[in-house]
Design a protein around this ligand. Structure first.
Ligand code: SAH
Length: 230
């Protein structure tokens, strides 16, 4: 690496975000260290670059969002990813989550169903020199070819836990996925104990864009709120 000192105008904001996440209860130092290195300003939509280090979800275009940093940090901690382990992400979006997993030493596979986002993320991975395997298609079925995975993370809301995803977990592997209706979901972690046994845990309410696909929601124009009060 060059010994030249380069001015990084975002370094301070990045550090402040990491401190904020620590205060909010994120304890996994490997997650925090990777977030401190990852330039979120490259992943957000250019129109929101000035808000890149706020702890909020931001629009990516195409009705999709880059998840809130707290949510990314929390979900990543739940994955218990060790360097060298294989991890599958469903919902590449901006690529931020996948890049974080790669910085933590994961061997990352990620699937996206929206063509423009898929292309944009691929270009960014190449530019950053990140060896992330990408696939365009319906990730609700997983990515069988490279299974089993020590960790699987779904960054879109599923109506139920897709069977192909739990079957693509290695023994001891963790699947982290938001499950529930379109308005709110609970974050679930499934841990594969044996061929047919899984440990199930819940971690509070979150809100994600829908997982659309064979094991997700159908591709209807929109998913309307069930109550008319909003
Ligand atoms: N992890 C992303 C945020 C993802 S937003 C990030 O770090 O920026 C959710 C993404 O899931 C969207 O890009 C959406 O297009 C994608 N998605 C929804 N259903 C999908 C499916 N069945 N397979 C793959 N991607 C899907």
């Amino acid at each position: 690496m060059s010994s030249q000192v380069r001015f990084d105008p975002y370094a301070e904001l990045r550090h402040a975000l990491v401190e904020h996440l620590r205060q909010r209860g994120i304890r996994d130092e490997r997650v925090l260290a990777a977030m401190e290195r990852l330039p979120r300003e490259l992943f957000v939509h250019p129109a929101f670059i000035h808000r890149a280090y706020e702890d909020v979800a931001l629009p990516l275009g195409y009705n999709q969002t880059i998840s809130q940093p707290y949510t990314v940090a929390f979900m990543t901690s739940l994955l218990e990813l060790e360097p060298g382990q294989k991890v599958l992400e469903i919902g590449t979006g901006s690529g931020y989550q996948a890049a974080l997993l790669a910085l933590m030493g994961g061997r990352v596979y990620t699937v996206e169903r929206q063509w423009e986002l898929y292309q944009r993320a691929r270009q960014l991975f190449a530019r950053l020199g990140l060896a992330i395997q990408t696939r365009f298609g319906d990730g609700s079925l997983g990515w069988q070819e490279h299974a089993p995975y020590e960790a699987i993370i779904v960054t879109a809301a599923a109506p139920h836990i897709p069977k192909p995803l739990r079957e693509q977990l290695a023994l001891g592997g963790r699947l982290v996925i938001p499950v529930g209706g379109p308005q709110a979901q609970v974050l679930v972690r499934l841990r594969r104990l044996s061929e047919h046994e899984y440990d199930y845990e819940e971690f509070g309410e979150f809100r994600f864009v829908p997982l659309i696909g064979k094991e997700g929601w159908s591709e209807t124009p929109d998913i309307r709120p069930t109550s008319s009060s909003s």
